[in-house]
Design a protein around this ligand. Structure first.
Ligand code: LMR
Length: 390
């Protein structure tokens, strides 16, 4: 049977990890996969996570199964963090293996419910199209960001949405857009929420960077507006970045509806699809997040550390924008954008030359992970980039 299969290429984004590790140059710079790094290039385990793990080690008495939908206390606490208490809607969640697991279950649910089309803004996280295509959805696209001018194409996006039909799904990034870092204004969120509601589209909101943009509540303000306006919505949440627990694969998918019954029916479907795929989600990351969110002390320490990660990112953005400003007139946009990523107007061959000639690693799209910069690297990175951007 195996000889009937064609070998598949490595995922180009994840392959960057191996390429970077194999480079022997001491001054190499990793602006590839989206993980947070400190100024020493480390991705530390957060203090609150360590403390929660210690507590779990000491108090956990069983490794028996939890429940098909995962840890309900984790789900309730996470929904409070993301959806808040006054959406005026009912939510029902299922814990998933990471945000990708949540997106995949959402995609399965669309397929099961007969949703045929999903609208995806371009550019987007490269795995989005693959996840939605994998369950047979037709991926339609809407323009989101213009790389040469570093601006959101809001008018074109709204125009494209008028082509969507009632019942179509639409993927929306909650904040810290991956790969562009470019967000919507409050007025634009309002317009988006209105068109989603008016055309009876089903929003699937991907929230993977809460706290990395402006603040914990601010980063989900748009999401909450859309949920309030739309009769039904799905929200995919990743805990990877906000809690720094990437490899623990922790996330959730929430079905949001106007009645608890409708939300519960959606959840029962999500649970049965998970059961025939991976049965039940892994527990550890969710137990850690639950322990943090349930404890006043751990929660406030987590907020302090999350704020400091955001401050570091914003500081690096300002420093990079400043260092590029005498060679690239759009450099100030880098400081305006939010979260881990910005998307530079670089060609594939320029990106490959940056790797070969300077040991600077980024995906061929020209996306940079701002957190991969160290303050000491900024002058060198800027001097190499300026001739390409200017
Ligand atoms: C990224 O975009 O770099 C991250 O979300 C990691 C991933 O899984 O692609």
């Amino acid at each position: 049977m195996f000889d009937k299969l064609a070998s598949q290429p490595n995922d180009p984004l994840l392959a960057l990890i191996g390429l970077y590790n194999a480079d022997a140059r001491a001054d190499k710079i990793d602006l590839g996969v989206g993980v947070y790094r400190d100024d020493l290039g480390r991705t530390p385990v957060l203090r609150a996570v360590k403390a929660a793990e210690k507590q779990l080690l000491e108090t956990q008495e069983s490794k028996s199964y939890v429940a098909p939908e995962g840890d309900r206390v984790f789900l309730d606490l996470l929904w409070d963090l993301v959806g808040g208490k006054d959406t005026g809607k009912f939510a029902a969640g299922v814990q998933t293996p990471g945000g990708s697991g949540a997106l995949r279950l959402a995609s399965d649910l669309f397929a099961r419910a007969g949703t045929r089309r999903l609208w995806l803004g371009l550019p987007s996280w490269p795995n989005h199209a693959g996840i939605f295509g994998a369950t047979g959805l037709t991926v339609e696209t809407y323009p989101y960001f213009d790389v040469p001018t570093q601006s959101v194409r809001f008018a074109s996006m709204m125009k494209a949405m008028t082509g969507a039909q009632a019942g179509d799904a639409v993927l929306i990034h909650a904040s810290c857009h991956n790969p562009t870092g470019a967000g919507l204004t409050a007025a634009q969120w309002q317009e988006l929420a209105a068109i989603v509601a008016e055309r009876r589209l089903i929003p699937l909101i991907d929230s993977a960077y809460q706290g990395f943009g402006t603040g914990i509540d601010e980063d989900v303000a748009g999401l909450r507006q859309v949920i309030k306006a739309a009769p039904e919505a799905l929200v995919a949440v990743s805990c990877s970045k906000s809690f720094g627990i990437y490899r623990e694969r922790t996330g959730a998918i929430f079905a949001v509806a106007e009645t608890q019954t409708a939300a519960d029916i959606a959840r029962s479907n999500l649970v049965t699809m998970a059961r025939t795929s991976y049965s039940m989600p892994p527990d550890h990351g969710a137990a850690v997040v639950r322990t943090i969110l349930a404890s006043e002390t751990l929660r406030s320490d987590w907020v302090v550390e999350l704020n400091s990660m955001r401050d570091r990112l914003n500081g690096l953005r300002r420093e990079l924008a400043h260092a590029l400003s005498d060679g690239w007139q759009l450099a100030p946009q880098i400081a305006e954008q939010q979260g881990m990523f910005s998307l530079l107007p670089l060609s594939e061959s320029e990106v490959l030359d940056l790797r070969k000639d300077h040991g600077i690693y980024m995906p061929t799209s020209g996306r940079i992970n701002i957190a991969g910069l160290k303050s000491a690297d900024i002058a060198r990175v800027a001097s190499v980039l300026k001739p390409l951007l200017g």
